[in-house]
Design a protein around this ligand. Sequence first.
Ligand SMILES: Cc1cc2nc3c(=O)[nH]c(=O)nc-3n(C[C@H](O)[C@H](O)[C@H](O)COP(=O)(O)OP(=O)(O)OC[C@H]3O[C@@H](n4cnc5c(N)ncnc54)[C@H](O)[C@@H]3O)c2cc1C
Length: 195
Amino acid sequence: MADTADVVVVGGGVIGTSIAFALVSAGVARVTLLEKGALASGASGRSSALIRMHYVNEEDARLAWASFPVFRDWCERMGGPPVFTPTGFVAVVGPADAAALRANVEMLRKIGVDTTAMSPAELKMLQPHVNVDDVGAAAYEPASGATAPWSVSRRRPAASTAAPSWWRRARGRRGSAASSGSSWPRAPRRWTRCW
Ligand SMILES: Cc1cc2nc3c(=O)[nH]c(=O)nc-3n(C[C@H](O)[C@H](O)[C@H](O)COP(=O)(O)OP(=O)(O)OC[C@H]3O[C@@H](n4cnc5c(N)ncnc54)[C@H](O)[C@@H]3O)c2cc1C
């Protein structure tokens, strides 16, 4: 493996692997991803991994909405088995926060998100088993769901054919990202079918 790179990305969580994958996809020839432990050994491997757009500030919501097709269309974009389970997503609030939730849903709808504000009675129709006694309003995103964060972080390197061995385990002293180690995968596997 070469000892130099055009870009070094530190951290093999969902953010680092995404950045490295985007760089390789954009044509950067020599990208090295350094990870001191294992891929997705940080927050990414512990995440509940809900894929939803219901954020209260517009910037987060726009980011989530722009990222959504990556999870939804994983097979076509990345290859391999899907990593996204579309379950639908519901956020509920008490009566005191009902107006704020409805305003939030309006903001989301303006940027294109498929979401609807619901009354407690409408939520009960959607999910009959839910006790809505203390619910003031709900936001429903039919297309949202959850992903498998470990798979997402591991399979981004595997989906890259442009830079065959760009994942490197950063070994050595704690906190050192520069020392060399093993690379994975040497010959990335390109999945050819979706399950
Ligand atoms: C319990 C929980 C639930 C969550 N639920 C959700 C959710 O439902 N939806 C959602 O979108 N988000 C959720 N999150 C947040 C989400 O998981 C994080 O925002 C995301 O994983 C952060 O990714 P990251 O790549 O920035 O960090 P990390 O996944 O922490 O990756 C950082 C990596 O850098 C490595 N590293 C650190 N220092 C060095 C160094 N010096 N050299 C080499 N490597 C180094 C670490 O080992 C680690 O692997 C949740 C998080 C937790 C903990």
